[in-house]
Design a protein around this ligand. Structure first.
Ligand code: AMP
Ligand code: MG
Length: 343
């Protein structure tokens, strides 16, 4: 009996040694920060590790995961798995998709149903026209906008949960994961770091981020909530986060002003028009993908329907700042204040 116990202890000790599962003591951890251009913007990783070599190896692996995801999920890259799927629109073919694309498509369609199409990844043809509008500073041609809208509609995207296939029913459809893919990539990069034993980490891609366990000795990651405008910004607001996602959506960096009206890069799929209510939505949720997609959805839905959606989503809170006219309006979901950190 005694021998059995000793043997078991020895096996456990050996297993721990082999897999390196013992976390280093908190005091032995140092902070490292890395930034790399990924998905068309700077991706940032902050992590705590025992030494530089471990930190660099983990960050390199996490960035490589983001790069692989971009190769799958990008609508800019004509060879991505997503683009190849879009090319089959109207062909009648059901296309088998890989695990990553499946997860993102599945989550997108669930949110599209919950929001009655305010969040809609089939918005690609309309988004393309607005990208051109931004470049040329001219409103999209109305005839082309009407034609593009015929190829938009989440109900035209059919997923088969058994076979993991996707079918695009209408010719000219184009999927766009710009509102959800960065959050998913942040989650997956964080998972890579965690697999390597570095659970005290933060990954952000633009306004979308995923955070793991807090920095040593802290209750959470202190994150500044982006202001509505970079100029005349009010005193900074901070939130404290651990094992969660945070996303910010709005027209702060991407918009076009035509004839005195400011159009956002986020469009209402039901009208085909870029949002004009000048808003910034911050969502905290259980992971980055959920936060990213919800932030875009709430931007389209506006504060009333948007915050209802948030209240109905477990673990999610949101802050909506809008300036539809002269006045700035702040609205937040009930539990948002629980995440607030002192300035
Ligand atoms: P985000 O910055 O996460 O709010 O995502 C905005 C991006 O998502 C845009 O640049 C478009 O590529 C895409 N998009 C725009 N409007 C929508 C929408 N209503 N639903 C889903 N994706 C959208
Ligand atoms: Mg988003």
């Amino acid at each position: 009996m005694q021998c059995k116990r000793i043997c078991r202890a020895a096996v456990v000790a050996l297993a721990v040694l082999l897999c390196g599962c013992v976390s280093p003591p908190e005091t032995a951890l140092r902070r490292f920060e890395f930034t790399q251009a990924q998905m068309g913007l700077p991706f940032r990783i902050v992590l705590y590790a025992p030494d530089r070599q471990t930190a660099e190896a983990a960050a390199t692996a996490a960035f490589a995961r983001v790069k692989r995801l971009n190769d799958i999920l990008s609508d800019y890259d004509t060879d991505s798995e997503l683009s190849l799927l879009s090319h089959t629109a109207g062909s009648g073919h059901a296309v088998e998709v890989g695990d990553d694309l499946w997860r993102v498509l599945r989550a997108s369609q669930t949110l599209a149903e919950r929001t009655d199409g305010a969040f809609d990844i089939t918005v690609g043809p309309v988004v393309s026209l607005w990208r051109k509008a931004r470049r040329e500073k001219n409103l999209p041609d109305p005839t082309r906008l009407i034609a593009a809208r015929k190829a938009v509609g989440y109900k035209h995207l059919k997923l088969d949960s058994w076979k993991h296939t996707a079918r695009l029913l209408v010719p000219g459809m184009k999927l766009d994961l710009g509102a959800i893919a960065k959050g998913y990539a942040a989650d997956e990069a964080l998972a890579v770091l965690r697999e390597r034993g570095l659970s005290r980490a933060l990954v952000s891609g633009g306004g979308d981020m995923a955070v793991g366990d807090p920095p040593p000795g802290k209750k959470g990651w202190r994150i500044e909530v982006a202001p509505l405008d970079a100029t005349n910004a009010p005193p900074a607001r901070f939130v404290l986060l651990a094992n969660a996602g945070l996303a910010t959506s709005g027209d702060l960096f991407q918009h076009v002003e035509i004839d005195g009206v400011r159009y956002s890069h986020i469009v209402d799929p039901r009208t085909g028009i870029g949002l004009t209510d000048h808003s910034l939505v911050t969502v905290i949720a259980r992971d980055g993908m959920t936060a990213d997609s919800l932030a875009t959805a709430v931007s389209v839905l506006g504060p009333t329907a948007g915050l209802k959606l948030i209240e109905e989503t477990r673990g999610a809170v949101a802050l909506v700042v809008r300036k539809p006219g002269e006045r700035v309006e702040h609205t937040e979901s009930r539990r948002f204040r629980a995440f607030r950190a002192p300035p």
